[in-house]
Design a protein around this ligand. Structure first.
Ligand SMILES: [Zn+2]
Length: 946
């Protein structure tokens, strides 16, 4: 039975041939069938025995049992402070015993690290510069028994719920007393930020992805490369099924490391190549145990005992460690690279350096909008910035140029030509490459011809009235060119419209709002014709990565066009209704970043595990021909592959759960290399150990990707239900097995998962999972595709945007102000706020924003004078402007997509759009507020426990 229960065989599966080999991986689609093992109400309240390692201090509140076991429902998380008896609020007169199954009435017992008790002081949680919002003014002492008392007013939500209650207890749940993502983020920053985090301990939970620290590789891969949903795996499959916690690793093999961290060492064993276990083929790593005086080693993955090759022999010291332990990266580090030998190359030949091919749609609209000219101008400078190895003077990457509308135009830009030459391919049914010599060139050598061409292209098509375009043949042409040149590479395709011209992969507008919320809605996310899947497979086979820059004015069928991009490890960019003046900066920054990105080409990734468990499912911008090899025509620094693991035996608590990810790839200079990342996790037979080491950010990454994959084959409603169910099961299992006994009406969340509900609610409200006629289908397909390739930091920000107050900045400090919770209640008329989620950035201005701030940022005298047309703040020479711009740059610098700035004035129409990003609030599309959702989750948990 599946933990997440998706019936995950996609209609055009990436791993078709053998996915059937894991029938047990996929549960039936009906979630109600999955979770029978909680059914016995009598067993639910067997007194739990917390594991020896569990930190249940807050929960072992046996000294004050009454504090938490009154008849009132209460909400606790595991971090809860034991309250002195005096602080307890007497239970209300109502007898709630009959409401034990109506957990929509949780009362709050707050903890979140607020020490002591006494009357709650809501200001404690207030962050600097944040005005008190409605509802938690300090004077409102009767607000509650926030520690244990206020009840939820949630009229109509649940029959028999608080709507029927009367009297003073009928108060809305205080948002300040439910777990705050900001508090969690800030607490982690306070305790671990700015420090050195050494990866020397197996199963150690790293700092949150939002915490800045310096990571030192001491034997396990940096969390920049691998993050896990839990750092302690359940020792048995039964236990894993009981907990319903996904066991997954999010691997970002080419993640950028900051300047102050050590780049990967490269190990070169010459012709011998990397040392590998004879049986399981794992690479030499810190998990290999040397024996017999150093003559043999036992593989940590399969336990096979191997001979040490003579050239690699070394004596052992008194603790059995090789004396050269610290001199060899492959013995002492979590991550390193090997130079690969010819055995690891296609056809046993060293690879050629990769090539980039620029393919520009020169149909009427792109010429007319000035886009073609913009691209050509920019390329002249960008081509000097192609990535190169640090020790090399210039880039080894070759470049080629194609333009197209209904036909294809190839250009010969050989360095000895006076003028570029154009060759037209009008038979688009079976594209061939009309020239080999002179198509892919070194930019330095052909600079004048290439620049000449880039000058001429806009002129050449200036009079075009061709409005129809082809698309699939463009990719085909690029791929054939790479194939003919026997190299890997990237296509940069700049495209605007639905490809309606007569050609393979021709598409029609099949967008149909009537399909929303029906069983057929999933077809909107599937490619319209099979051709694109075949094309994707061919591209991967020829290591052709497709980057797609889309400039649509209307539906272009991203589910079809983006498929090849997705399967080839490419990146999709989209600029709706592109306007040269306002959108060029965003597009050009994206293009520049993409061209400069460090990338691995012709990559194949393999994830090996120690005995007892294995990788069963993979999510990302990847292609799979079989069940084990993850193929990526290219993989760049921002792409992450999320890997799910399942047990196939018991795990050994002593040896732990070891994971080795090996990526074989061709470097930008054409060197074949292996990048190895190793990480060791703990194993335990105590559920509490598993819960204690969970990482919510990684969990959400996994849950989002698995749900976004599942929508290809299942109704969205089912997918949403499964998500809620799975979370409820995780939390109920904790409650049942790890928490000390308490009234069923208490909501108890494990400390490491206490913000899971708020993130989950945001995921459920994502436009991908919510079918509404107002949301364009292409937008949904676009978000789906982006999230599938995201790493943990990107999904964290995407599902819980950063909201920063900027009206109370400390202009002398370099620090970015502390974020506040994403809710309208946290905004204020007198404030200004930046909101960013990795794709969009907003500057929201309250109607009473101080005039000096307005003057400082916009150089206009008042709120009324601010134009919301601008997509950039003006460059002004004053401290406000400089500070706010530097904050925006800081947010942007860490994100793969350039965020276009939108200026939103309070109570003006575009505010609606902004409000969708306030993910703690009820969504205009019907998604629940955080408070309401928490109540629903509580209800689900209670049902499971009953
Ligand atoms: Zn082995």
């Amino acid at each position: 039975m599946s933990q997440q229960g998706y019936c995950a065989a996609p209609p055009y599966s990436q791993s078709q041939p053998r996915t059937g080999g894991f029938p047990t991986s996929f549960g039936p689609p009906n979630p109600s069938l999955h979770y029978g093992h909680y059914g016995d109400p009598n067993s639910s309240y067997a007194v739990p025995q917390p594991g020896p390692g569990a930190t249940l201090s807050s929960h072992t509140s046996s000294g004050h049992p009454a504090s938490f076991q009154g008849p009132q429902p209460t909400l606790l998380t595991q971090q809860q402070m034991a309250l002195p008896p005096g602080s307890q609020v007497p239970p209300p007169a109502n007898n709630f015993s009959g409401l034990s199954a109506q957990p929509s009435l949780p009362t709050m017992a707050r903890q979140d690290g607020i020490p002591g008790s006494g009357p709650p002081n809501p200001n404690l949680q207030q962050l600097p510069g944040q005005p008190p919002g409605p509802g938690y003014h300090p004077q409102q002492a009767n607000y509650g028994p926030q520690m244990a008392g206020s009840q939820l007013s949630y009229p109509g939500a649940f029959p028999g719920g608080p709507a029927q209650l009367s009297g003073p207890q009928q108060k809305k749940l205080d948002p300040d007393s439910i777990p705050s993502p900001i508090q969690v983020i800030e607490n982690d920053k306070a305790s671990r930020g700015g420090q050195i985090y050494a990866t020397n301990t197996r199963g150690q939970v790293p700092p949150l992805v939002t915490t800045d620290c310096v990571i030192q590789d001491q034997g396990h891969a940096s969390p920049r490369y691998i993050r896990c949903t839990t750092y302690c795996f359940p020792s048995s499959s039964d236990m894993a099924k009981q907990a319903h916690i996904p066991l997954a690793a999010v691997i970002q093999p080419f993640a950028v490391v900051p300047q102050n961290e050590t780049p990967l060492y490269v190990v070169n064993h010459g012709e011998t190549g990397p040392i590998r276990c004879n049986r399981c083929k794992a690479y030499m790593c810190p998990f290999m145990q040397f024996t017999e005086g150093g003559r043999r080693y036992q593989c940590g993955f399969c336990n096979c005992v191997n001979d040490v090759p003579p050239f690699f022999f070394q004596h052992l010291d008194h603790i059995g460690r090789r004396v050269d332990h610290y001199e060899r990266p492959e013995l002492s580090l979590g991550s390193y690279e090997y130079v690969a030998t010819l055995d690891y190359c296609r056809n046993n030949k060293p690879p050629n350096p990769p090539a980039y091919i620029f393919m520009i749609d020169v149909s009427y609209r792109n010429i007319n909008s000035g886009l073609v000219k913009l691209i050509c101008e920019e390329l002249k400078t960008l081509l000097d910035k192609l990535p190169r190895e640090e020790q090399e003077e210039s880039s080894a990457i070759r470049v080629g140029f194609v333009t197209y509308n209904k036909v294809l135009h190839f250009f010969n830009v050989k360095s000895n030509l006076a003028q570029p030459q154009m060759m037209v391919v009008s038979d688009v049914r079976e594209v061939f490459v009309p020239l080999l010599d002179g198509f892919l060139v070194n930019f330095q050598e052909s600079r004048s011809v290439v620049n000449n061409l880039l000058d001429q292209i806009p002129e050449m098509f200036a009079d075009t009235n061709e409005s129809e375009t082809i698309f699939a043949p463009v990719i085909q042409a690029g791929m054939e060119a790479l194939k003919a040149a026997e190299c890997a590479g990237k296509l940069f395709i700049f495209h605007s419209s639905l490809p309606t011209a007569e050609a393979p992969g021709k598409l029609r507008n099949r967008d149909d709002k009537k399909l929303l919320n029906t069983d057929k809605e999933k077809t909107l996310f599937q490619p319209q014709v099979n051709y694109y899947e075949t094309l994707a497979r061919d591209c991967v086979a020829n290591s052709c990565c497709v980057n797609l820059f889309l400039f649509p004015n209307q539906y272009v069928d991203i589910a079809s066009l983006g498929l090849v991009t997705m399967y080839t490890g490419g990146t999709l960019y989209k600029y709706n209704n592109f306007q040269l003046n306002s959108d060029s900066p965003q597009f050009l920054t994206d293009l520049r970043k993409d061209i400069e990105k460090k990338t691995g080409f012709d990559a194949i990734m393999r994830v090996r595990t120690s005995t007892g468990f294995r990788a069963t499912d993979f999510f990302g911008a990847i292609y799979m021909n079989n069940t084990t090899d993850v193929e990526m025509a290219a993989v760049d620094c921002d792409k992450a592959v999320t890997v799910e693991f399942k047990h196939d035996d018991k795990l050994n608590e002593d040896s732990g759960a070891l994971i080795q990810c090996a990526v074989l790839y061709t470097s930008i200079s054409g060197q074949r290399r292996l990048r190895i990342h190793n990480i060791g996790l703990n194993c335990s037979s105590q559920l509490a150990d598993v819960y204690k080491t969970c990482e919510t950010d990684a969990l959400i990454n996994f849950l989002a990707k698995s749900a976004f994959k599942a929508i290809l084959s299942q109704p969205l409603k089912t997918v949403r239900e499964i998500l809620v169910n799975q979370m409820a099961h995780m939390l109920a299992c904790y409650r049942k097995n790890c928490a000390s006994p308490s009234a069923v009406s208490q909501l108890i969340l494990p400390d490491a998962m206490k913000v899971l509900p708020v993130y989950m609610n945001s995921l459920l409200k994502s436009c991908v999972l919510v079918g509404r006629p107002e949301i364009p289908t292409d937008e949904r397909a676009y978000h789906r595709q982006l999230v599938m390739a995201m790493g943990v930091a990107d999904t964290q920000l995407f599902f819980y945007p950063q909201l920063l107050p900027i009206h109370s900045l400390d202009l002398k400090s370099d620090a970015v102000p502390a974020a506040i919770r994403c809710s309208e209640e946290r905004l204020s008329e007198g404030g200004a706020f930046i909101l960013a989620n990795g794709l969009s950035m907003f500057l929201w201005l309250g109607v009473s924003t101080p005039p000096e701030l307005i003057q400082g940022l916009f150089n206009v005298p008042s709120f009324a004078h601010i134009s919301t047309e601008a997509t950039l703040l003006p460059d002004l020479d004053n401290p406000y402007s400089k500070k706010v711009k530097s904050i925006m740059e800081h947010i942007q610098s860490q994100k793969p997509y350039t965020m276009k700035l939108m200026i939103v004035k309070q109570r003006e129409q575009p505010e609606m759009l902004f409000h969708q990003f306030l993910v703690e609030d009820k969504s205009i599309y019907g998604g629940a507020s955080y408070v309401d959702f928490l109540c629903c989750v509580h209800k689900e948990i209670c049902q499971l426990l009953n």
